[in-house]
Design a protein around this ligand. Structure first.
Ligand code: CA
Length: 503
């Protein structure tokens, strides 16, 4: 009798254990774009476009309103997402090669029995590790007829990058081993510069008049020299290639490239059938429109991709046991503060869209306002897979927030650092802290500071660092900032980090 009981208990334990390891582990579909700002998603209240695919995800899942990149450029954000570590720990503070021999969440999930895949833009300088299948764009990749690299070499696939990446993602899901959970990173190139849209959306957006952001003509009064000196301004730094101006037919080779890279101060174009020469304020407005029309047209194809992937999960009966995340490697200035690109610690640049759906676990249509950072993604994937979060990961699992329960010990501020100085856009290196209510930024090479009260000045137009009334706030924030640096083992080894030549 006792032997029978022991046998039965062992059998039950085996079955429960098997269930925990196998069928109950959720699939993870991680969709990430490049440079897609949250304020170009209608679920985030966009004034400039409508994104039904992403809105569907938000309606059926949770929208994070305060998710941030801790170093707002492509390669470092990707390294952080894979490792759960800040740039100074994972060794990728700028566009340098990622050391793929280090532990990553893909490797942990693969070891735990996940079928792992990485498709699309990788941009880490080394081959992917920890993936059963990968097919990536070399470097930045192309929008049209892009080459892809996989374990077997390089091949060109005809078509538009966003559609091809979606096709490859669906192929991966269709051909996956059905007895394993999957972890798929589907990384789009869009809507990264040079913003080359699919023809159908280029045409659709060419006739649209995009509303201008309130801060487009920011005069930078009260701000540091960094924003004044940077070369990421829509009105003065967009070149003819960005603006999709056609070079004269006779220009070839280097002269053609030179013409395209010049920043025009007058443009001859056709408006309402009439040839016009644009200069001054009229040209400024026109540049903003040209930029946003193409950027938003690129987003529209990404939105189609999200819709297609969600439809595929439905058809294959995978929706229930699959966590779907939509995010971007960082945000982007959409003319906010007169800028394009990212890098700065201002909200439009560091905020990542983050929408997550997990039926039965996440309340449909919910909104999360706690501070999340891209360092949290890897710990979150570990946690949802039922794995122990490695102690050297520096983020926290978002799982309690998915369930609508904010732990009492949850962060009230996070550390940010941008190293790529001067970089392509002459943007000064800086670090700082963002709390639930304030932001303190230090441009250490200039020894200039900025302080913003995010409750009363969400657009970050008024630097109040020098205001005597803020003295105590500044002192308290500095204490928090330097405590965070210490906790994160940030020892300034990259303080003078320069981008490698040619980047
Ligand atoms: Ca990016």
């Amino acid at each position: 009798m006792n032997i029978l009981r022991i046998f039965l208990m062992a059998a039950v334990a085996f079955l429960v254990g098997s269930k925990a390891i196998g069928a109950s582990q959720p699939n993870i579909l991680y969709i990430m774009t490049d440079d897609h700002a949250a304020h170009a998603i209608s679920a985030y209240g966009s004034r400039v476009n409508v994104t039904p695919g992403m809105d569907r995800l938000a309606k059926e899942g949770m929208r994070f309103d305060h998710c941030y990149a801790v170093n707002s450029i492509c390669t470092p954000s990707r390294a952080t997402i894979l490792t759960g570590k800040y740039s100074h720990i994972n060794g990728t503070p700028v566009f340098n090669r990622f050391d793929g021999s280090q532990p990553t969440v893909a490797k942990y999930l693969q070891s735990a029995g996940y079928h792992t895949g990485m498709i699309g833009k990788w941009h880490l300088g080394s081959d992917p590790t920890g993936f059963d299948y990968w097919s990536i764009l070399p470097g930045q990749g192309l929008y049209f007829d892009p080459a892809f690299i996989d374990k077997n070499g390089r091949k060109v696939i005809k078509g538009y990058a966003t559609s091809i990446i979606t096709d490859l993602a669906i192929d991966f899901l269709r051909e996956r081993p059905k007895d394993k959970p999957f972890f798929l990173m589907c990384h789009h190139k869009a809507p990264h510069r040079p913003w080359d849209p699919e023809p159908k959306y280029r045409e659709q957006f060419a006739s649209k008049k995009i509303p201008e952001p309130a801060t487009l003509r920011d005069d930078y009064a009260t701000r540091s020299d960094a924003i004044k000196e940077c070369n990421q301004k829509v009105f003065t730094d967009m070149n003819r290639r960005d603006l999709k101006l056609e070079p004269p037919a006779e220009l070839k080779g280097a002269s053609r490239a030179e013409w395209l890279s010049a920043k025009p101060t007058e443009v001859e174009t056709v408006i309402d059938g009439k040839p016009v020469k644009l200069t001054g304020a009229a040209l400024d407005s026109w540049k903003y429109q040209r930029y946003m029309q193409d950027y938003l047209a690129c987003v529209q194809s990404v939105d189609d991709s999200v819709g297609r992937l969600l439809d595929f999960l439905d058809v294959e009966h995978l929706a229930t046991n699959t966590i779907v995340i939509y995010t971007s490697d960082q945000g982007f200035f959409l003319g906010d503060h007169g800028l394009y690109d990212k890098r700065f610690m201002y909200e439009p640049s560091i905020q990542m869209p983050f929408i997550v759906r997990w039926p039965g676990h996440i309340k449909a249509g919910s909104v999360q306002s706690s501070l999340a950072i891209n360092v949290d993604f890897a710990p979150t994937f570990m946690d949802v897979a039922g794995l122990k979060v490695p102690t050297d990961m520096q983020g926290a699992s978002l799982l309690p927030l998915f369930r609508g329960k904010k732990p009492s010990s949850w962060r009230t501020g996070f550390y940010y650092r941008y190293y790529h100085d001067p970089g392509d856009h002459n943007t000064r290196a800086h670090y700082g802290i963002r709390t639930d209510t304030h932001k303190l930024i230090h441009y250490w090479k200039k020894n200039q500071w900025e302080l913003f009260d995010l409750t009363h000045d969400p657009d970050e137009m008024h630097n109040i660092y020098a205001d005597p009334a803020q003295k105590r706030t500044v002192e308290e924030l500095k204490k928090q900032l330097f405590r965070l640096k210490k906790e994160l083992k940030e020892q300034d080894q990259f303080a003078e980090q320069q981008p490698p030549p040619g980047v």
